[in-house]
Ligand binder design. Structure first.
Ligand SMILES: NC(=O)c1ccc[n+]([C@@H]2O[C@H](COP(=O)([O-])OP(=O)(O)OC[C@H]3O[C@@H](n4cnc5c(N)ncnc54)[C@H](OP(=O)(O)O)[C@@H]3O)[C@@H](O)[C@H]2O)c1
Length: 305
């Protein structure tokens, strides 16, 4: 049964026929504590995914290194065979150590294995969108991405991938990538308090490329702010709903993938797509990310210098 609600309108990934509702779902948290399976409650994880899709979510973000393998296996259990129009975006470029650490995995063999792991565990023949994850969680690194991206371009040529995106990257790395292939989306760390990518988002919007912020709610360190609390109280909604609504107001190319393993939180998050924020509330909220927004301004003037 479906019960579609307004999920913030659609955004079509450039050079594709894929139109994603702006409110999507991030599946990382389904794997279990520390993103390492098994989950605390498998039935609930399956229920959250099914409810998300029944509510109209058509964009699920995942990776085979969540779990590892476990998140994709839960997605397959919950949703396979996948409905037409459901876009599963995955990422490669990391693997998990036995101590649950996150390790870069960017060699040709590691990237090829990762694509095949995703295909097998999701139960499909072709991946809709694959993000090449390059830097660390807290920010990009400066290295060239030509070598790993070329591996993915070849796997795309072989018919295993439809479209390519990038994750944990800088504007310079995007420019390098665009000399090699088309990039449909960028996934970096960004939220109302962490706004180093402000100028990058505007650049991407100008190019029609989707920006998909990870940790939209602060990730492992949930967002906390008096301005968020105040805005939430004034509208009788929750601070997390304000944080998501603010992102949707920030730029039309922002697509959301909040993560939750709770059906109640899922419903709350989806409803955030219907919230309108008045200019005075937006101005108050802007103060939360002032420090990182100032860094954005410095970056902007460097770029135009
Ligand atoms: N490219 C990368 O390097 C990278 C890194 C990290 C994440 N990601 C992707 O980004 C997605 C989103 O990131 P994330 O899940 O780590 O962080 P997030 O969406 O910022 O926050 C998730 C956390 O917030 C809680 N939460 C969710 N909705 C809530 C609500 N309405 N009220 C209160 N708490 C709420 C969740 O707990 P409950 O389960 O209890 O709701 C969970 O602990 C991931 O699923 C993943 O696909 C990508």
């Amino acid at each position: 049964m479906t019960n579609h609600i307004d999920l913030g309108g659609g955004f079509t990934l450039p050079h594709t026929s894929l139109t994603l509702n702006r409110m999507g779902y991030g599946a990382m948290q389904l794997a279990g504590p520390q993103v390492w399976g098994p989950p605390r409650d498998l039935d609930s994880a399956v229920a959250v995914l099914r409810e998300a899709v029944a509510s109209g979510v058509n964009h699920i973000d995942t990776s085979d290194f969540y779990g590892p393998h476990v998140t994709n296996q839960i997605i397959k259990q919950a949703l396979h065979p996948y409905t037409d129009g459901l876009v599963i975006v995955t990422k490669v470029g990391a693997r998990r150590g036995e101590d649950k650490s996150w390790i870069h995995a960017l060699s040709p063999q590691e990237l090829t294995d990762a694509v095949h792991d995703n295909l097998r565990n999701l139960g499909i023949d072709k991946l809709d969108v694959v993000n090449l994850r390059v830097g660390g969680v807290m920010g990009p690194s400066a290295e060239s991405i030509e070598a790993p991206l070329t591996v993915l371009v070849e796997l795309k040529r072989q018919g295993l991938i439809s479209h390519l995106g990038l994750s944990n990257i800088s504007p310079q790395q995007l420019a390098e990538a665009q000399k090699i292939t088309e990039i449909v989306c960028v996934q970096n760390l960004y939220n109302i308090a962490q706004r180093s990518d402000d100028a990058f988002i505007d650049d991407l919007a100008g190019q029609g490329i989707a920006y998909v912020p990870f940790f939209p709610l602060g990730g492992f360190n949930p967002l906390q702010s008096l301005a968020l609390d105040k805005a939430a109280a004034s509208l009788d909604i929750t601070p997390m709903q304000i944080a998501l609504a603010w992102l949707l107001h920030r730029s039309p190319n922002i697509l959301l993938i909040p993560g939750t393993s709770s059906p109640e939180h899922l419903r709350e998050n989806l409803k955030a797509a219907t919230i309108q924020l008045a200019p005075e509330i937006l101005a108050d909220l802007d103060s939360i990310g002032k420090d990182t927004a100032d860094a954005h301004n410095a970056y902007g003037s460097l770029r135009t210098a």
